[in-house]
Design a protein around this ligand. Structure first.
Ligand code: CU
Length: 65
């Protein structure tokens, strides 16, 4: 399980965008967004750097949580 802190996530739209960006890297990823703590829990075998880069490209910089 990977956990990323994504401070710019604030609403359902952000959640959808972030989820989509992760699924583009790994369509079977399990993604669980917590808007309160602004963290994303990800179950994926994909490289965390690739996921972080995809999020950044969508305007959501992240850091390990
Ligand atoms: Cu939003």
């Amino acid at each position: 399980m990977l956990k990323l802190n994504v401070p710019d996530m604030s609403c359902g739209h952000c959640e959808a965008t972030v989820t989509k960006a992760i699924r583009k890297i790994d369509e079977t990823a399990k993604v669980n967004v917590d808007l309160t703590s602004r963290t994303v829990a990800i179950e994926s075998t994909a490289d965390i750097q690739r996921i972080a880069a995809a999020l950044e490209a969508e305007g959501y910089p992240s850091r390990p949580a």
